[in-house]
Ligand binder design. Structure first.
Ligand code: DUC
Ligand code: ZN
Ligand code: ZN
Length: 466
């Protein structure tokens, strides 16, 4: 017996359309859409009807950049797959793409299997994986082909973090060449980590140990230079390129120049770069440590360039880089030495709301909100149209969003497993009301009804955005 859910009376917003339509869900998938009051909609019967009057009916968010349980700097990101995906659901995100990590000296297989094991049976929403390459060699290059066949179709390399994740230009080039051949999308952390480490050492020697110095040594020019270099390497390899967590205006300019030449170069930014700045990093009493991430927060003047990039499609995606560390006991590891502060911010629960606020503030349109947060990440990473839209045949990952509800973001009320909020006290208009994942209610009128283990691993096809 099939199970049917009817979502009545809402405004369906996708990247392409805004429709006053009812949505029929059958066995976890979208079966049909029809205008309110149409003969088709009137004829539908269902086992369950959700009243979406006054609400938006939007695709569940796709957060293409998370780090649940990431080991980093002698500690590990504080959200597990269980707590992190639950928080994601609360925030209207129904798919995450997390980064499995290969460590130096180990195979991709070992790293990937460790990530499958961490996530299996624990997720509230669906999930997929990218693979971080820390050790590019003959054997791991061959393994890339196998991963693409298994649905791990994107590979992150680091120009930063020498001695940990860092790959030199030759290794980056080899991985790009392999991706060009097997269809894998190369993702790059574009910061010149070799130069940054020199500046870190010099700053510490001068006694500059506060969190704000993290932002000062990780210079805009070193992000722009690495972005430029990444683009040239991708051209040489004949490979597309996706630059993660773009934060500097000068890096956006490099992407825009490449795109003006018609190159398949893409960029992602994150809420922290759109809403926070070096003012936060400079907060007294070591509070700035809450905002230490890499790439770093920039002076607030950079925000306008990021918003412009999102409007002009020089930037295509907003993901969170969700990588939470508690202030107490984790961020505190870097008291007296900013280079020991674990890098990362929480945000998986906040992205959809912050971007809705950006619609109200006039930075982006309502459809662009859905495009950068749902549809494009799904297409970029081979999940479309299963994820990222509301269309017949798509998974019924659907959010009923109340555009008029008021909320104040706070660690007191959030669901992420972290003891602070990067957006504490911020007023937002708009709030998630109800969330469906493959037709199952995960949040029902602000009550959590999901469960660990509902979320499934989703193998991905190759990039659909080329
Ligand atoms: N940046 C962060 O802030 N955290 C994890 C890894 C990264 O590149
Ligand atoms: Zn990174
Ligand atoms: Zn990251």
């Amino acid at each position: 017996m099939s199970f049917r859910t009817l979502i009545r009376g809402g405004l369906v917003v996708t990247a392409a359309d805004e429709l006053h339509a009812d949505v029929l869900v059958e066995d976890g998938r979208v079966a049909a859409l029809a205008a309110h009051g149409s003969a088709a909609a009137a004829s539908w019967t269902a086992d369950r009807t959700l009243d979406a009057t006054g609400k938006y009916v939007i695709p569940g968010g796709v957060d293409a950049h998370t780090h649940m349980e990431l080991p980093f700097g002698g500690t590990a990101a504080s959200d597990t797959f269980e707590t992190g995906t639950r928080a994601a659901a609360w925030g209207g995100t129904t798919t995450i793409v997390d980064f499995a990590v290969q460590s130096v000296g180990h195979s991709l297989r070992e790293g990937l299997d460790a990530w499958y094991a961490k996530a299996d049976g624990r997720c509230a929403i669906d999930y997929a994986f990218h693979m971080i390459l820390s050790d590019v060699n003959e054997s791991t290059l061959k393994e890339m082909d196998l991963l693409v066949e298994e649905g791990i179709t994107s590979f992150k390399l680091f120009m930063a973090y020498p001695g940990v994740f860092y790959s030199d230009d030759g290794r980056v080039l080899r991985a790009m060449q392999r991706g060009a051949a097997n269809g894998g999308l190369t993702m790059l952390h574009a910061e010149n980590g070799i130069a940054i480490d020199v500046l870190v050492e010099q700053a510490l020697a001068r006694g500059e140990t506060d969190p704000r110095h993290h932002g000062e040594v990780r210079k805009v020019l070193l992000e722009a230079e690495a972005t430029h270099r990444a683009i040239q390497l991708a051209r040489v390899a004949g490979s597309p390129l996706y630059v993660v967590h773009v934060s500097a205006e000068e890096a956006v300019a490099e992407l825009a120049a490449a795109r003006d030449k018609g190159l398949p170069v893409f960029g992602e930014t994150c809420p922290q770069y759109l809403f926070l700045s070096t003012d936060n990093l400079a907060e007294p009493d070591f509070q700035g440590a809450k905002y230490v991430c890499s790439t770093p927060l920039r002076p607030r003047e950079h925000q306008a360039a990021l918003w412009r990039g999102l409007r002009t499609n020089d930037l295509q995606v907003v993901s969170t880089d969700h990588c939470p560390f508690c202030f107490r006991g984790q961020k505190e590891l870097g008291r007296g030495d900013f280079s020991k502060i674990p890098n990362g911010l929480p945000g998986v629960e906040n992205r959809m709301d912050l971007l809705h606020q950006a619609v109200l503030d006039g930075h982006i349109s309502r459809r662009r909100w859905i495009e950068i947060a749902c549809a494009t990440p799904a297409r970029m990473f081979g999940l479309y149209p299963q994820k990222g839209t509301i269309a017949p045949g798509s998974d019924a990952d659907i959010v009923l969003y109340d555009p008029q509800a008021e909320q104040v973001i706070s660690a007191e009320t959030h669901h992420m497993n972290v003891d602070y909020s990067a957006y504490e006290g911020r007023r937002i208009t708009g709030r998630v009301d109800t969330v469906l994942s493959r037709g199952e209610l995960v949040v029902d009128r602000r009550q959590y009804t999901g469960r660990a283990g509902h979320g499934a691993f989703i193998p991905r096809s190759t990039c659909q955005y080329l």
